[in-house]
Design a protein around this ligand. Structure first.
Ligand code: NOJ
Length: 673
């Protein structure tokens, strides 16, 4: 294992203690700093429950737990046979991330449960309390009366002490998690996907999500009020086509159900509990897993200039790809994404993805020679594998395709699943889809391939275990600014995403559009200024970050220099200011360096933001290169004015920045002494 990836164990106390107690006793576990406490046990009907408090005030009220099986139930008639405790304090390092060192510090309590009647089945519930929240999971031990089983429903039902505002996207009718996030009292929401971000009050923010989703159905929550007017979030698992939720065999564990508890909006972005609830890295040598920036034959296709399929307007030709490789080499981009290089695009691919071939290039695309050409220039091609949703067809070709790419020196593959259903039958977020995505990541790791997954399962921290899962979509990305009939992503969109979707993991948003003209769909274009496009490189986290525009739009553009220099892997990250849905400023320190990068952006309202540089090193000077909205910049009328200024900054200094309507700023802070 590489040094940078080495797990540093600062302090590990694995003190396991068991206690045997009376059936209805309540057990308590607290977070390491003592602020959060969790009470758990079973009630008079043997129903397992828990309750979460912060500073002795209820955050989640008595909430019931369990699952329904096809041949029985595991949600009542339980007694607690014993409890066991554990704790851990370790610090581990991630090869790529918003932060290098991740502290994993928790107290754990396990309820060991057994049913009194019938088959006397056993189930355990493990709770982990961190300073920034909690996770719990169901454990189904090996036992005579529970072997293969089918979960038809999860009974996790979280009772909230209040009806507060939540930012969500609905589960139904939101394709590939590409909806616009909206805010409303949680009780007014339909069934929603996770993450769910709740603004309870000025000092309480909650995020509901899951961790370690590897062989289970995706979690959604259905909010409703009970007869007492209490809001309950009932879990609703994404089903298989026959309505079943999960097929399992003991021993088996569910994913973790997570709740981040923060006092500020910045707290929720700093939480790493979802990563901590995944298993440590399974890839021994991670030296091939790298971050970087890429360009691609992509935006021009979405704008209708080129086609994916072969023909007169084919984009992925040998000559055109060479042009992109030359530009990448000249301007320091590591990768060139090529879409439409392989057979399958001219079929009825949306519905019959089984025609895609992932090893055979179109006749006008010379895969071998292009790859040699790219490598000779220090650039790598990024292969695109659009499956059209045909998981089976893709799985049959995974080994041969990834072996070919490895031989050719291709290290990154962008996958895609554009179709309502996988294999025309199963939902992408069902256990069927989750198993498929996992298989792709594991197979890719064998061939040293990194995956950028479009139309993905919502990330749940699996990149701790498989850091080759480099980034993903699962967001309404830049592409909507090319063809969405509603005009593109609204100005407030990126003021929400860092506090919702981004809490789940890295996003391949594909920023960096500099030319906002759109002949194909004139009403659509980025509803931002150029400076806001630059700001996105810091605000949106992705270890592979695209410069999405056509290369001709970058030639000699003064803003390109920021994209060239902004890093994609970070030592630490912090939110400097934010109001959810209105504005956000994020500062990130480069990995293994001294320089900081700051991105700030606003919704449709112009505003002045004041930055306080209290996070810089003592007694050091920094040269700030500031890219901000120029005179007259306005996303509606003139998105182009950009001011580039320089300034010396020291710790403790403040800086006022004016943001245009849907504008932004990007700053490079170079430490000079
Ligand atoms: C949707 C993806 O998000 C986009 O990036 C890609 O170009 C198309 N599918 C075609 O695969």
């Amino acid at each position: 294992m590489m040094n940078k990836n080495k797990i540093t164990l600062l302090l590990c106390i694995c003190a396991m203690s068991l206690s045997y107690l009376s059936a209805f006793a309540t057990s308590k576990v607290t977070s390491p700093n003592g602020r959060l406490s969790l009470l758990t046990g079973v009630d008079a009907s043997g129903k397992p429950y828990f309750e979460l408090l912060r500073d002795n005030k209820s955050v989640i009220k008595k909430s019931y737990l369990g699952v329904s099986l096809k041949d029985g139930q595991l949600f009542e008639d339980f007694k607690v046979t014993k409890t066991s405790r554990n704790q851990l304090d370790e610090t581990w390092q991630q090869p790529l991330g918003e932060e290098l060192n991740i502290r994993n510090h928790y107290n754990e309590l396990t309820l060991h449960l057994q049913q009194n009647k019938d088959k006397k089945r056993m189930m355990n519930i493990v709770f982990r309390l961190f300073n920034d929240g909690m996770g719990f999971r169901y454990v189904f031990p090996k036992q005579a009366n529970l072997n293969q089983f089918t979960i038809i429903d999860e009974k996790t039902a979280l009772t909230l002490p209040w009806d507060a505002s939540a930012w969500t996207i609905p589960t139904e009718g939101t394709h590939y998690y590409e909806g616009l996030w909206t805010k409303a009292p949680i009780s007014e929401k339909p069934t929603v996907s996770t993450p769910i971000t709740m603004e309870v009050n000025d000092s309480l923010y909650l995020v509901f999500h899951e961790a370690n989703l590897t062989d289970y159905a995706t979690l959604n929550y259905h909010p409703q009020k009970d007869q007492n007017g209490q809001v309950i979030l009932s879990s609703e698992l994404t089903p298989w086509s026959n309505g079943d939720k999960v097929y399992a065999a003991t021993p088996f564990v569910s994913p973790w159900r997570t709740v981040i508890v923060g006092s500020t909006i910045a707290d929720i972005t700093a939480s790493r509990l979802m990563l901590n609830l995944n298993e440590p890295c399974k890839i021994k040598d991670t030296s091939w897993i790298e971050d970087g920036k890429y360009i691609g034959i992509w935006w021009a296709i979405h704008m209708g200039d080129y086609t994916w399929s072969q023909g007169e307007k084919h984009g992925a030709t040998t000559a055109n790809t060479k042009r992109y490789i030359d530009f990448a080499a000249k301007n320091g981009f590591k990768g060139v994404l090529v879409e439409g290089w392989n057979w399958g695009w001219d079929g009825n691919w949306g519905a019959e993805g089984d025609k895609f071939n992932f090893t055979k290039a179109y006749p006008d695309y010379d895969l071998d020679s292009l790859q040699h050409y790219a490598l000779s220039k220090g650039v790598r091609l990024i292969a695109h594998n659009e499956t059209g949703g045909s998981a089976k067809n893709y799985e049959q070709q995974l080994d041969s395709a990834f072996a070919l790419y490895q031989r050719l020196g291709i290290r990154t593959v962008k996958t895609g699943y554009v179709n309502d259903k996988m294999d025309n039958l199963e939902l992408q977020h069902s256990q069927y889809g989750v198993r498929h995505y996992r298989k792709v990541i594991e197979t890719a790791a064998k061939y040293q391939i990194m995956i950028v997954n479009h139309e993905p399962a919502m990330p749940t921290g699996l990149n701790r275990t498989y850091p080759n899962l480099i980034s993903g979509e699962g967001v309404r990305g830049q592409e909507y600014n090319a063809w969405s009939q509603d005009g593109g992503n609204p100005p407030y969109h990126l003021c929400i995403v860092p506090f919702t979707r981004q809490l789940a993991g890295a996003i391949d948003y594909t920023p960096g559009i500099f030319n906002f003209e759109n002949k194909a769909v004139p009403q659509s274009h980025p509803q931002t200024t150029i400076a806001k496009q630059l700001a996105s490189y810091v605000v949106i986290y992705s270890p592979w970050q695209m410069a999405a525009d056509k290369i001709e739009n970058y030639e000699a553009h003064p803003a390109l220099s920021f994209i060239q220099r902004v890093p994609t892997n970070w030592q630490e990250s912090r939110v400097l200011n934010a109001e959810l849905g209105k504005y956000v400023t994020i500062a990130r320190k480069e990995r293994n360096g001294n320089n900081w990068y700051i991105g700030g952006l606003t919704d449709q309202d112009p505003r002045t933001l004041t930055l306080h540089f209290d996070f810089l090193d003592n007694d050091a000077q920094y040269e700030a290169l500031i890219y901000s909205d120029g005179e007259g910049a306005d996303y509606r009328t003139n998105p182009y004015p950009l001011a580039i200024t320089q300034k010396r900054i020291r710790k403790g200094d403040s800086l006022q920045l004016k943001l245009a309507p849907s504008g932004g700023f990007a700053i490079e802070l170079k430490k000079i002494n």
